[in-house]
Design a protein around this ligand. Structure first.
Ligand SMILES: Cc1ncc(COP(=O)(O)O)c(C=O)c1O
Length: 378
C-alpha cells in the first residue's frame, strides 16, 4: 500500500521510496502533486465546487484545452475517459443516424458494456470481457484486429452503410503496438469515403506525447477526440472534442450529454493550470529529452549485462522489447521484467514506461541501478 506521491516518487506505508513510471496509469504527466495545478484547484474550489451552472472557469478551460487541440472546434467536459468515449459514440451516432462502432482488439476504451469486449467467432459477435455485462454487450460493435487493413476493408464492404464511427488510439501505448505504416491513413480515407466518423481515443496519448492532441504526431486529423488523464494532471476530468458539425446536436439539445460533476470547479481549474504550465512546449520538450536519455541508458545498461534489449514507442511513453525473441515471448519477458523491477522499487505499467516532467537525475540513477539488478534476475 502506498501513502503518498511526490514528483517522480511513490512512498509506501512503511516509508520505502519507489520511482514511479506508472503515474496513476498516466495522468501524472507533471509528476505527483504538481504545485501549480494543486494551488489553482484549491483556489477555485473555495468559490464553490459544483454550481450546476455554466461558469467562466468552464469557458476558460474549454478555450485552454482547444488551444492545444487545434483541429477541434468544440469541447465538452465529462469526468472520466470512459464517459468521454461514450459521449463520442453518441455524437457520432446522432450525426450519422447509424448504429455500429468499429473497435479494435486489444485496445481499451473504458469499462462499460459496449467497449468491454473480447473477440467472438466473427467481427459481429464480440463477447463480454467480464462477468456481469449485458448479454448483448457486443451487439452494436464490429470488433477487428488492429493494424489489419484487409479486415477493415471487408468490414466497410459488408456493413459500411451502418457504421457510425471507427474508434482507435493513434498509438496503442499500453498495449505496446504502434500503428502499422499507412494504417491510420487508411482509416482516415475509408471513414471519409463512407461518411463515418473517425474517433481518436487520446485518453493516454493526449497531453502526454505533446501539449494537447497527439494527432499531429501521427499526421492524421480525426473528427472527434477523447481526452482524460494528462488533461487535468490527475484531477478527475475528461473531454470529447470535435468539429462544430458533430457538436451541432448538442447545441440544439437534440443530443444530451449531461453529468452532475461535468465542468466542476476543481476539474476546470486543473485543466486551465495544466495547459498554462505546458502549452508553450517547454515542459514536454524536457520530458521527451529525459525520456530519450532514459531509453538510451536502459539499452546501454542491458548491453552491459549481455542482454539484447530495446524500447519502442515515444520518449514520454515507451515499452520494453526483447528483439531476439518472437513477439509473444518478448511481451512475456517484458511483463516478467516489470515484475522484477517492482521488487527493485521501480514501478512500470506492465511493459510500459511513462516518465514524467518531474523525473530527474536522482530518479535516473535509482532506475538504472535497479534495472541492472532486475536484468541479472531475468
Ligand atoms: C485509451 C483509453 N481510453 C479510455 C480509457 C478509460 O478511461 P477511464 O479509466 O478514465 O474511464 C482508458 C483508461 O485507461 C484508456 O487507456
Amino acid at each position: 500500500m502506498f501513502a503518498r506521491g511526490e514528483g517522480p516518487w511513490l512512498f509506501d506505508v512503511e516509508g520505502n521510496r519507489y520511482v514511479d513510471y506508472m503515474l496513476g496509469r498516466g495522468p501524472a504527466v507533471l509528476g505527483h502533486t504538481p504545485t501549480a495545478v494543486n494551488e489553482a484547484v484549491v483556489e477555485a474550489v473555495a468559490r464553490g465546487l459544483t454550481l450546476g451552472q455554466a461558469t467562466p472557469l468552464e469557458v476558460d478551460a474549454a478555450d485552454a484545452a482547444l488551444s492545444v487541440i487545434p483541429w477541434a472546434d468544440q469541447i465538452r467536459f465529462v469526468s472520466s475517459g470512459t464517459e468521454a468515449v461514450q459521449a463520442a459514440f453518441r455524437l457520432a451516432r446522432a450525426a450519422t443516424g447509424r448504429r455500429l462502432i468499429v473497435q479494435f482488439e486489444g485496445l481499451y476504451h473504458g469499462w462499460v458494456d459496449g467497449v468491454s469486449l473480447v473477440p467472438g467467432d466473427d467481427p459481429r459477435s464480440a463477447k463480454s470481457a467480464t462477468a456481469g455485462q449485458a448479454s448483448d454487450s457486443g451487439s452494436q460493435t464490429v470488433l477487428l484486429p488492429w493494424n489489419d487493413a484487409t479486415a477493415i476493408d471487408a468490414a466497410f464492404a459488408e456493413w459500411g452503410d451502418d457504421i457510425a464511427a471507427v474508434i482507435t488510439e493513434p498509438i496503442n501505448i499500453f498495449g505496446g503496438v504502434s500503428p502499422a505504416p499507412g494504417f491510420l491513413e487508411h482509416l482516415r480515407a475509408l471513414t471519409t469515403q463512407h461518411g463515418a466518423v473517425l474517433i481518436f481515443d487520446e485518453v493516454v496519448t493526449g497531453f502526454r506525447l505533446q501539449p494537447g492532441s497527439a494527432a499531429s504526431i501521427v499526421g492524421i486529423t480525426p473528427d472527434l477526440g477523447t481526452f482524460a488523464k494528462g488533461l487535468g494532471s490527475g484531477w478527475a476530468v475528461a473531454a470529447v472534442a470535435g468539429t462544430t458539425e458533430l457538436f451541432d446536436g448538442v447545441a440544439t439539445d437534440r443530443v444530451r450529454l449531461s453529468g452532475t460533476y461535468n465542468g466542476n470547479a476543481a476539474a476546470m481549474a486543473a485543466v486551465i493550470a495544466t495547459v498554462a504550465a505546458t502549452s508553450d512546449g517547454t515542459v514536454h520538450r524536457g520530458l521527451n529529452e529525459w525520456g530519450a536519455a532514459l531509453r538510451g541508458a536502459l539499452v546501454d545498461a542491458a548491453a552491459g549485462c549481455g542482454v539484447s534489449f530495446a524500447t519502442e514507442g515515444h520518449p514520454s511513453a515507451f515499452w520494453s522489447v526483447f528483439p531476439d525473441l518472437d513477439a509473444a515471448e518478448s511481451v512475456a519477458r517484458g511483463e516478467e521484467l516489470g515484475r522484477l523491477l517492482w521488487d527493485e522499487r521501480v514501478i512500470t505499467y506492465h511493459r510500459t514506461w511513462l516518465p514524467s516532467a518531474a523525473h530527474d537525475d536522482d530518479a535516473l540513477t535509482f532506475t538504472l541501478e535497479a534495472f541492472t539488478r532486475a536484468l541479472r534476475n531475468l
